[in-house]
Ligand binder design. Structure first.
Ligand code: PMP
Length: 354
């Protein structure tokens, strides 16, 4: 007999990127934002401590209103959770449990974990040789989940393609779940399509473009029917997933669009410069619609390059799986940090080649 359930024994959990405590790094391994959150966040938290004796608003009304205003939808189209990871987990439980669900094989590595946790059968469709999503391959007989832009490849699909997927899944009477964790750094978002497609759920986060990874707030936008299913799962798990401070802080950040836009602008600018610098040195870098770059750092295995970067005080993400071995995922930091990172990467890669 084991203390653990069969479920617990059978899970292979997600491995998060390292959060070092021992020394200071240029930390580019978890796609965090290098800039501080909006100053309005601190203002919004003033005087809120006293209220912590009371449970928060289970429906995060103020926050849902702020999100709805920003995306020109209604509050009943919005659902909030403890990070988009939790919203995604609730969505897997609400829409995929016991079903076959299609996803690209290279995508956010939490999807297979949620699938096994909630008894969904994830059918992974190989990406094409240029790492782009095989859209036709996803159009089968079940619901679809994908990150757009995708991670860790940083590539985006345009809205017309998302529309095609939404059409196909609607014909199957199934859900299309689009994880837009990085969409604020991309050209387009599919949120406007949620008005046309009752089966389309978009999941987004405050962790990247709003510099609030430590706050843990994510949200979904979709039809009231989909929000209702998410609420049903939430209330079967934890009625208060977002706390009082998180709701106030996230709402204040959402209302400070100018600040967020300026951070996004600086990150995109540093991303393009870094991409150019690396490419000019002959290093292969994919196009990016995110706050990170997917870099082919070695023809065979980028593991030693990740280690060498770590020794020089730079943390990046190495996945080490069969298809991803030659690659590193490098989050975009400040312009100044990225100049140092570009120079150091080129040096290390050249040394290894010689
Ligand atoms: N989706 C994708 C594609 C991600 O890369 C991440 C960040 N690891 C998340 C969702 C989760 O973000 P969070 O839980 O911080 O909102």
């Amino acid at each position: 007999m084991a203390y653990e359930s069969k479920l617990a024994l059978g899970l292979v959990p997600y491995t998060a990127g390292e959060q070092p405590k021992d020394r200071k790094f240029i930390k580019l391994n978890t796609n965090e934002n290098p800039y501080p959150p909006s100053p309005r966040v601190e203002e919004a938290l003033k005087g809120k401590i006293e209220l912590l004796r009371l449970y928060p608003d289970t429906d995060a009304t103020e926050l849902r209103e702020a999100v709805a205003e920003r995306f020109c939808v209604q509050p009943e189209n919005v659902f909030c959770g403890n990070g988009s990871d939790e919203v995604l987990a609730f969505a897997f439980a609400a829409f995929f449990a016991g079903k076959k669900v299609y996803a690209p094989d290279i995508s956010y590595s939490f999807y297979p974990v949620y699938a096994s946790l909630f008894g969904a059968h994830l059918q992974q469709i190989p990406v094409l040789s240029d790492f782009s999503v095989d859209v036709g391959g996803l159009m089968q007989d079940g619901p679809v989940v994908l990150a757009n832009p995708n991670a860790p490849t940083s590539l985006e699909l345009d809205t017309d393609t998302i529309r095609r997927l939404a059409d196909h899944t609607r014909e199957q009477e199934e859900i299309l779940l689009v994880d837009e964790a990085y969409a604020d750094f991309a050209k387009e978002s599919a949120v406007p399509l949620t008005k046309e497609y009752e089966n389309l759920l978009i999941v987004r986060t405050f962790s990247k473009s709003h510099s609030l990874a430590g706050l843990r707030v994510g949200y979904a936008i979709g039809s009231p029917r989909l929000s209702q299913a998410l609420r049903c799962i939430r209330d079967s798990f934890n009625s208060y997933p977002t706390d009082r401070l998180a709701q106030s802080a996230a709402a204040a950040s959402m209302r400070d669009a100018a600040y967020t836009q300026e951070c996004i602008r600086k990150i995109i600018c540093a991303r393009e410069k870094t991409k150019k610098g690396l490419r000019e040195a002959g290093i292969e870098v994919l196009e990016s619609a995110t706050n990170f770059l997917f870099v082919r750092a070695d023809p065979i295995d980028a593991g030693p390059i990740q280690k060498a970067l770590r020794d020089r005080g730079i943390l990046v993400r190495y996945f080490g799986t069969e298809k991803l071995k030659p690659y590193l995922r490098v989050s975009i930091g400040t312009q100044e940090d990225m100049e140092f990172v570009t120079k150091t990467m080129i040096e290390i890669i050249r040394q290894k080649q010689s």
